[in-house]
Design a protein around this ligand. Structure first.
Ligand code: TNX
Length: 538
């Protein structure tokens, strides 16, 4: 252990001695059966695990403490306590002051260790009487808590003492993400998903350390976000969905609720307003925006590429300015996604002119622009980000411009692709993507895009063929779990044979969360061993 780290741990040690030393009488030590931390079913796989083959006994004499005055840390302690309660029905206090009954502590420590180089890095030390989680930021502590949640056993060992004890394998975990951008996208435009559904998806993403949710808020079939200065967008444009279902939209209050819920889980929301194509719903609401010269009507089919804004009208840019302004004002994250894909009826020179102007608008509202890969054909700034989905030549152009690229190649990373010919939902224009194909590719050297240019990975879930949370889960799970590992874990730590066992062991969690995942035959799914009464969901 380095000296700096040692000093820091000394502060923590004082607390532990205070808590543990206050006990009037030491109870006899519990002898745990041998456990191996390195064999735990963690996803994503941490950078380093050093097992010490002992255990920490989580029980009713355990308490959580967090660094005093460190913003966000106490909330993370409360979050952990809540998750422990819902997983194993054990109530443990957070920052409890009456120490007499406390025998073991979980300490969530704001550290300033230089070893923790990136904001999401954390170290987890699991000893016999203490678990210490070190991170320089609340974000890192939150990621570390997910690791801890995963290694708390579902079932207690009732032979060790008169009360229930859940042994947690001891050792040390040193961890940090391989990519800073680890995302999923949800298309709420082709089919609308309620705030409740989105929150459930956020909860699941957070458990696997995904830190971005991109919401595809507008498309030909629906406009899903209230814009106060242009109310017909949702009144008219929000009324339809693919297949003639009833549509829906988020009020700005709903959207803020999603943003806040995500923020509590250290997930950033990226709003997307897709333009100049994919804009039928907007143009039906306000025909002045329309640029394809054709009669307008609401659209409930699945075709793409037939709509466009009029790129030469100033009103269109005042409209976009209002939209970007209103959405940016309620989006704390740094990004705004302008879509820009499949504008097949926009002339090339108009497309370029459009993207150039919209980039300025996005920047004027303090956001960094993201667009689907086609935006690289405009004179985009090197600070803007290109999202690779189909043509590697566009990604290479982005690299030449010094831009960062988000990796979402459709044939590997599209969650709406069918697993195989028997899939109940999904499309297959790009590929069939079984669970192993989704995992077995290397974003770090895909199509020769250098790692330095890769911001991270995103798995988009387009919703033409799904309209309920169960259908969403069928396509997203289990593949999104693999994308979490592809984006968090290093290349050296990824291995299909090893991963598929860990994935099979996610079944009890997914069942507890009531996730209707696709039970791929490639995986040996474990049954839940749970015998305790579960009061609430995880
Ligand atoms: C292509 S990927 C699209 C979407 C569709 C999706 C269906 C991209 C930027 N555009 O409009 O929903 O395929 O898989």
């Amino acid at each position: 252990m380095k000296f700096k780290n040692f000093c820091q741990l000394t502060t923590v040690a004082i607390l532990i001695i205070l808590v543990l030393g206050c006990k009037k009488q030491q109870k006899p030590r519990i002898k745990f059966p041998a456990t191996d931390l390195s064999k735990e079913n963690l996803i994503p796989k941490p950078l380093k695990i050093i097992a010490t083959n002992n255990a920490f006994g989580l029980d009713k004499h355990t308490a959580i403490y967090t660094t005093k005055g460190a913003a966000g840390f106490e909330d993370i302690g409360d979050f952990l306590a809540k998750k422990i309660k819902s997983k194993i029905n054990l109530e443990i206090p957070v920052n409890y002051e009456g120490v007499e009954t406390i025998e073991r502590v979980i300490y969530i420590n704001k550290s300033n260790s230089l070893e923790l180089e990136t904001p999401e890095a954390y170290q987890l030390y699991i000893n016999k009487d203490s678990i210490i989680l070190n991170s320089n930021t609340a974000e890192g502590a939150f990621r570390g808590i997910q690791t801890l949640r995963q290694i708390i056993p579902e079932v207690s060992n009732d032979t060790l003492a008169e009360h229930k004890i859940w042994p947690i394998a001891s050792g040390k975990i040193i961890d940090a993400p391989n990519f800073e951008y680890r995302a999923s996208m949800l298309d709420v435009a082709r089919h609308f998903f309620s705030v409740k559904d989105v929150k459930k998806y956020i909860d699941l993403l957070a458990y696997y350390k995904i830190n971005i949710l991109h919401l595809h808020l507008t498309d030909d079939q629906g406009w899903r976000i209230e814009i106060k200065s242009w109310p017909k967008l949702t009144e008219i444009g929000g009324s339809t969905e693919v297949g003639g279902e009833s549509g829906g939209f988020y009020t700005q209050e709903d959207y803020k609720e999603i943003v806040a819920y995500a923020a509590e889980r250290y997930i950033t929301i990226i709003p997307e307003v897709d333009m100049p194509g994919h804009t039928n719903a907007a143009s039906v609401s306000y025909p002045i925006l329309n640029g394809n010269g054709k009669a307008l009507k609401l659209y409930e089919g699945m075709r793409v590429g037939f709509s466009t804004f009029n790129t030469r009208k100033d009103t269109v840019y005042s409209f976009i300015n209002d939209v970007v302004k209103e959405i940016s004002a309620i989006t704390p994250g740094p990004y705004f996604h302008i879509g820009g894909d499949e504008s097949h009826v926009t002339k090339k020179k108009d497309y370029i002119y459009f993207v150039n102007r919209v980039e300025k608008i996005v920047q004027a509202h303090g956001k960094r622009m993201i667009g689907w890969e086609e935006i690289v054909n405009a004179n985009v700034d090197s600070t803007s980000i290109s999202q690779y989905w189909k043509h590697s030549k566009n990604a290479k152009k982005a690299v030449k411009k010094g831009m960062k690229v988000i990796m979402s190649p459709a044939e590997k990373a599209y969650l709406d692709m069918e697993y195989d010919t028997l899939s109940k939902h999904g499309l297959h224009w790009a590929a069939y993507i079984p669970v192993d194909t989704a995992y077995k590719w290397t974003p770090e050297n895909f199509e020769g895009i250098p790692k330095e240019n890769i911001l991270g990975i995103e798995a988009p879930l387009w919703s033409e063929t799904i309209s309920t949370i169960e259908e969403l889960e069928y396509l997203a799970f289990p593949r999104i779990i693999g994308y979490s590992e592809l984006s968090w874990s290093t290349k050296e730590n990824r291995d299909w044979e090893n991963y598929k066992v860990r994935l099979g062991n996610q079944a009890p969690f997914l069942d507890r969360m009531d996730v209707k995942y696709y039970p791929s035959k490639l995986i040996d799914w474990k049954k839940s061993k749970h015998t305790n009464e579960i009061i609430e969901k995880d």
